[in-house]
Design a protein around this ligand. Structure first.
Ligand code: TGC
Ligand code: FAD
Length: 389
């Protein structure tokens, strides 16, 4: 992996600026040298490599596209390239950075007061604080509008009651963005670790995203001060607006995992002798599988780049992001499954990264809106009919 190069089949790297490529390459080296060597053990032990958090901050990977407050202020294409490099390592590593930036720093930046921004954003950018995003509940996943978590106005603040499930970084967080209904309207609350009535528990037994911490959040008569309400947004568009940011990053990120699987399958197929001194890559069926990977990764990269330039022009809409997330997660998962097959028995052991990526991508295809939810969002856009209800 030391001399790793991502696919550039149509010379599409010529569409990036030299600064974007420089940022990509510095993160590429960081992932090769400092992240990949830790992953086999972290995945086996279901342990997030906490020692990397200060390095993410030094590299400007936390809230990278936010302007000011100690964040790097990257362009959206550079950010996408960074996400792909991180996910070439592991989807759980990319998840950590996605959640911190798109789901914790972004809502504070977009919906918070100036006091909230000054209090939280510099520490989150510096990795001195970790955050999580609590939207999903045991009975409200694809349909977050049916959430049961409630907020009630009390003297000096708001009392929260409810449970959140599947929350990335929950147990290692210093701060949680919790979405709850206040008088029937979804509102965002900043809940600090240690607030009485706020506890977390780890979700164990995952076969996917094992490097990432996944948790439940429990809110039992948890009173947060009035100044912890995010003042500038009301309704489901608050959390959905954050998801649009995170889904954009995922649309790029999964290309990194797909590239890692393709490269592993290509290298392996050249070395693996099958019949009569011929290697796997000599056979037409194997070549067809590799060609399909090149075809789909190249199309996925061009789709991501167009989304990025459209976002930089301020014209990227949620239905565009759904197409990006849906397509690229699907092609990455298919690439990983095909690569796993091409490695035969070696495809199921963690000496190679493929099985880990394959298992991770099952989650990535599900979280931030399942493949079907994105299909229905696009269906609604083109027909005008909301078929998810
Ligand atoms: P609907 O009536 O369509 O919309 C309600 C309001 O929200 C607006 N809106 C959006 N705004 C910004 N971005 C989007 N993507 C938006 N989608 C809708 C909409 O315009 C409306 O605004 P307004 O002003 O009229 O009030 O809402 P709905 O209840 O019918 O839901 C539609 C649906 C099903 C598409 C939505 O609920 C959905 O996307 N469901 C999927 C849920 C999901 O993705 N959950 C993810 C949880 S977080 C997570 O997985 C983190 S993983 C992190 C990691 O580790 O990386
Ligand atoms: P369901 O909504 O029950 O879906 C089950 C199936 O039904 C799916 O196939 C789905 O496509 C299908 N389906 C749903 N609605 C329709 C419909 N209208 N028509 C046809 N089919 C439909 N959430 C957070 O809030 N914060 C986090 O940090 C977070 N991190 C996560 C980390 C991991 C590892 C995982 C696995 C999940 C995480 N999630 C998080 C939750 C994630 O967003 C949800 O799992 C996801 O939105 C799907 O919800 P669900 O699991 O309840 O599935």
């Amino acid at each position: 992996m030391q001399n790793y190069e991502s696919l550039n089949y149509m010379e599409e790297d010529g569409l990036f600026t030299s600064e974007e490529l420089m940022i990509r390459d510095s993160v590429r080296d960081f992932v090769s040298e400092e992240i990949i060597p830790t992953l086999q053990e972290a995945n086996r032990d279901e342990k997030f490599p906490m020692h990397l958090i200060p390095r993410f901050a030094e590299m400007g990977l936390l809230g990278s596209t936010i302007q000011g407050y100690g964040a790097a202020g990257l362009g959206h294409v550079a950010y996408g390239l960074v996400m792909a490099e991180l996910e070439r390592g592991d989807s759980g590593i990319r998840s950590f950075c996605s959640v911190q930036g798109a789901l914790v720093m972004y809502p504070i930046y977009a919906y918070g007061s100036e006091e909230q921004k000054n209090k939280y954003l510099p520490k989150l950018a510096a990795g001195e604080m970790v955050g999580c995003f609590g939207l999903t509940e045991p009975d409200a996943g694809s349909n977050p509008g049916s959430m049961r978590t409630k907020a009630e106005k009390v003297a000096g603040g708001y009392k929260l009651n409810g449970n959140k499930m599947w929350i990335t970084n929950g147990c290692i967080s210093d701060v949680a963005i919790v979405w709850a209904k206040l008088d029937g309207v979804v509102r965002g609350f900043i809940v600090d670790k240690g607030t009485p009535g706020f506890t977390t528990s780890t979700m164990k037994g995952k076969f996917s995203l094992r490097v990432s911490v996944t948790s439940e959040l429990h809110l039992q008569n948890c009173v947060v001060p009035a100044e912890n309400l995010l003042p500038k947004v009301e309704g489901l568009k608050g959390p959905l607006g954050c998801l649009t940011q995170a889904r954009y990053g995922i649309g790029w990120g999964v290309l990194g995992a797909a590239n890692a699987c393709y490269h592993t399958a290509l290298t392996y197929s050249k070395e693996r002798v099958i019949f009569e001194g011929k290697s796997l890559s000599d056979y037409q069926l194997a070549q067809a599988k590799l060609v399909k990977m090149v075809q789909e990764i190249t199309k996925g990269k061009l789709l991501a780049l167009q989304a990025g330039r459209t976002k930089e022009a301020g014209k990227l809409m949620p239905h565009h992001v759904s197409l990006l997330k849906m397509n690229n997660c699907r092609i990455a998962l298919d690439t990983a499954r095909e690569a796993r097959d091409m490695l035969g028995g070696n495809g199921i052991i963690d000496e190679y990264p493929v099985i880990r990526h394959m298992m991770n991508l099952e989650t990535v295809n599900t979280y931030e809106g399942t493949e079907d939810i994105h299909r229905l969002v696009i269906g609604q856009h083109i027909t005008g009919k909301a078929a998810f209800r």
